[in-house]
Design a protein around this ligand. Structure first.
Ligand code: 7RM
Length: 641
């Protein structure tokens, strides 16, 4: 049998990449139609491959792929593999505690477990179209639950288990979930997160939730609310392992995933069944060049899009073996990742620059004591990777013998957009490099014109739809139009800035809007400001990101107080308030108390200027004379902390 999964849509040489790219732009519809037809199980063909209008008018804006087609994504991720690879491992589970035995879950076990979980959901009232919130630790049950929702046509909304009660209740309420799946607790390093306690607090302000299914993971003492809460293990035991897949329309909702926005309110990005399935399978196979038998490990949490697309749906739809890790990189010591690579003979390893940077500062013996010779491909995702971190990864982990794919994409894009293809197209340190065939990026200048020269720098947009693009923001199509389609006519605006070199390679320079990426997590500055402003002494605040050696970016808060200049206790209280309401990761590293914030005449805080000051770049503040209060700029510079 041939090793690479043969398909004429998976590039195996640079020339083939170029040929596919050409085909995909010359006739995108034929390209996607041929790939989709060849590679998946459909119950019915689509009537119309693509119908779209990229308009800033919400009434006019819409994207539909494979309209009229019928499918269930779990049949493509599970059932179709059973005949040939029922006994092959689908999921390797490595627990937080290295002493806990790893699990090897075969495709046929996965099928049974997903079906049982699906029947458990049904027995607790779940039905097609319901939104179900998953607030869970990284155990196999989370993967089963994601797939079980998809099996019965319910919409999953996974909320990262590090989020606070307020963040959880906002998300549960926004999409009116009627079911919440959680656990008594979650292991993270030497701590246990009290997931059930946080859920109880969150649900005090939610009236939509009827049932809570609680996984016993940590044997923690928790309260069960009679009539609302049931134990996962008891319900699971009662459920049958046969559950026919609900037949879905290609454009039915598959999941909602919340991501930070530039107002305080998170955006529920909506992904649909057909297009998402097609693109995550396509991108997984092309980017990582997965071969039969490979052990693939993506270190993300399923609470982020990376986990959805490249722990669960991408790898399983390709019949791969995907490793799920419950723990953290630092427990029991900073060598844990490398210990897991050695233990499971991982071939493909995909992680975030922030993890690489923090592991690079450790005692090298934690790396060298492990045999990493199984590795053949490395990947990064989440933020720009700096040269130093790239070189460390290449030398010490890849032993200068593994391609590194620097994959640029977003929650909104559903799948990887710009990257090299492992061992097929060239990687260039700090560059994401080239778009996948089917993806048409462009750079726009400040006046809204496309930069047509080969080399250039501007705002990164995408000119043509791709199958896994988010279809809307749940409950707010207007906001979807405003955020992504109003900056540049007829194009999807990513919010990122990028440079392009003469050979067409892209280097992502970072967000140009009000999102800060701290340790790979997307944080909305406005959300943090809203919390700071709740402090009784705070008049106003502006939160920006500034470059940080380990975290990539860190949070800097400029705060004005109500008629007092006291700062000692206030700054401490602000930090505590933010940590408690939004989670410790959002805590401002620096807080500067100032008497004024630079504003436009219409009263908008000029975060652009504050961003420069926070970064220590006072030279290029631009024209400040148009400000309402130009005099305050000098004071802010002097008071920089
Ligand atoms: C997958 C994910 C999206 C934002 C995106 C960028 C940044 C992601 C890279 C990157 C430079 C990369 N989804 N980003 N990957 N920047 N190089 N390879 O991270 O929705 O959470 O974040 O992350 O700014 O817009 S996300």
């Amino acid at each position: 049998m041939l090793l690479r999964q043969m398909s004429n849509f998976i590039a195996s040489s640079e020339a083939q990449y170029e040929d596919l790219y050409k085909q995909s732009t010359e006739d995108p519809k034929k390209f996607w139609s041929d790939f989709a037809e060849q590679e998946f199980v459909w119950h019915k063909q689509w009537d119309n491959l693509l119908d779209y209008k990229l308009s800033s008018d919400a009434n006019d804006l819409g994207v539909k792929w494979f309209e009229g087609a019928k499918l269930n994504i779990t049949e493509n991720c599970i059932d179709r593999h059973l005949a040939a690879k029922g006994e092959q491992t689908a999921i390797i589970f490595e627990a937080n505690d290295p002493k806990e035995e790893a699990l090897h879950i075969t495709y046929s076990e996965l099928a049974k477990n997903v079906n049982k979980t699906a029947n458990m959901l049904k027995a607790n009232g779940a039905k097609k179209g319901d939104r179900i919130c998953l607030y869970m630790p990284m155990t196999p049950e989370l993967a089963y639950a994601v797939l079980a929702c998809a099996r019965i046509g319910a919409v999953h909304s996974v909320v990262f288990a590090g989020f606070s009660a307020k963040s959880l209740s906002d998300r549960v309420m926004d999409s009116k979930c009627n079911l919440v799946l959680t656990a008594d607790g979650g292991y993270r390093g030497n701590k246990i997160t009290s997931l059930k306690e946080i859920t109880d607090e969150a649900l005090m302000s939610c009236d939509c939730v009827e049932k809570v299914i609680v996984l016993n993971r940590t044997n923690s003492k928790i309260a069960m609310e009679y009539g609302r809460d049931v134990w996962w293990q008891e319900e699971f035991a009662k459920a049958s392992d046969v559950c026919p897949a609900e037949i879905m329309d290609a454009e039915d909702m598959l999941f909602i995933l919340y991501t930070s926005g530039s107002t305080g309110k998170p955006k529920g990005m909506v992904h649909t069944c057909g297009g998402y399935m097609v693109y995550v399978n396509y991108s997984f196979r092309n980017v990582f060049q997965y071969e039969e038998g490979d052990i693939y490990w993506c270190t993300a949490d399923i609470g982020w899009i990376t986990g959805h697309s490249y722990i669960v749906y991408g790898p399983l739809s390709a019949g791969a073996t995907t490793l799920m890790f419950e723990g953290v990189p630092s427990y029991p010591d900073m060598g844990r990742f490398w210990e897991v690579v050695e233990k499971h003979k991982v071939n493909i390893f995909y992680t975030a620059p922030t993890a690489i940077r923090s592991l690079a500062t450790c005692d090298m013996r934690l790396v060298t004591k492990h045999d990493l010779s199984s590795l053949k491909t490395l990947g990064t995702v989440g933020e720009p990777i700096n040269l130093e971190a790239w070189e460390w990864y290449d030398e010490h982990i890849g032993k200068k013998n593994c391609p590194i794919v620097d994959t640029w994409w977003q929650t909104e894009t559903g799948g990887i957009m710009i990257t090299s293809l492992a061992g097929v197209t060239k990687d260039i340190p700090t560059y994401a490099t080239l778009p996948l065939p089917g993806i048409q990026p462009c750079l726009m200048d400040e006046s809204g014109n496309e930069i047509t020269s080969a080399e250039g720098e501007g705002r990164l947009c995408i000119k043509y739809p791709w199958p896994s693009m988010a279809r809307t923001i749940y409950g707010d199509h207007q906001r979807y139009a405003d955020t992504y389609f109003s900056s540049f006519a007829g194009k999807y605006f990513t919010g990122d800035g990028a440079k392009r070199n003469a050979e067409g390679n892209y280097r992502i320079t970072g967000r140009v809007d009000d999102i800060v990426i701290v340790s790979g997590h997307n944080l909305g500055t406005a959300e943090i400001e809203n919390i700071i402003n709740e402090h009784e002494l705070v008049a106003e605040s502006a939160v920006v990101g500034y470059p940080h050696d380990v975290k990539g970016n860190s949070i800097y808060a400029f705060v004005t107080l109500k008629g007092t200049s006291e700062s000692g206790a206030v700054t401490r209280e602000i930090r505590e308030l933010v940590a408690k309401t939004l989670g410790p990761i959002c805590k401002p590293e620096k807080i500067q108390i100032t008497t004024g914030l630079p504003k436009t005449r219409s009263g908008k805080i000029m975060r652009r200027i504050l961003r420069k000051i926070a970064a220590g770049d006072f030279e290029n503040l631009g024209d400040i004379s148009t400000l309402l209060n130009p005099e305050c700029v000098e004071e802010v510079i002097k008071g920089r902390v």
